[in-house]
Write a protein that binds this ligand. Structure first.
Ligand code: AMP
Length: 147
């Protein structure tokens, strides 16, 4: 059985390359659709919502940067179609699950870092995405960078 619609979750760092490449390998037929998602986490969420300053300018910069980085990724992988690229705002796990459901994806691909505890195998976001996922999840092992 091959996957019909693969959703690739990317953090838009250079680490998203092995994650996208793995998804392409799994797209065994030309009919397999690949979608990309990067979730922009609202500034207010990161600061706990109670910040005595206007975050709208910072938020705009964050959005512009995400759009620009996503554009570079699309240029690098010509089979990725702009229509299949999503930049929602919110909490990564929730947005990724919702999108996978809405788009009828049968596989979510994420990257995973070696970390401590349970997260030795799965990084925080990948671990989060796995729980309660509406379809299969593949965690692509990301190599630790030399420090
Ligand atoms: P992390 O656990 O945050 O180090 O990220 C591991 C993986 O989770 C990344 O390789 C991506 O596949 C995914 N990921 C992290 N942040 C995001 C994000 N904002 N939007 C979509 N996917 C993400």
């Amino acid at each position: 059985m091959s996957y019909e619609h693969i959703l690739v979750a990317v953090d838009l760092t250079e680490e998203c390359d092995p994650v996208i490449k793995r998804a392409r390998e799994l797209a065994s037929t030309d009919e397999t659709k690949i979608s990309l998602v990067h979730v922009i986490e609202p500034m207010a969420m990161a600061f706990g919502g109670d910040v005595p300053m206007n975050l709208s300018q910072l938020q705009q910069q964050q959005t512009d940067q995400a759009r620009e980085r996503m554009r570079r990724v699309i240029n690098k992988y010509p089979e990725l179609i702009e229509n299949n690229v999503h930049l929602p705002y919110g909490q990564p796990r929730q947005e990724i699950h919702e999108l996978a459901k809405k788009q009828g994806c049968d596989l979510i691909v994420v990257g995973s870092h070696g970390r401590h505890g349970l997260a030795l195998l799965l990084g925080s976001t990948s671990n989060d995405v796995l729980h309660g996922a509406p379809c299969d999840v593949l965690a692509v092992r990301l190599m630790k960078k030399a420090e």
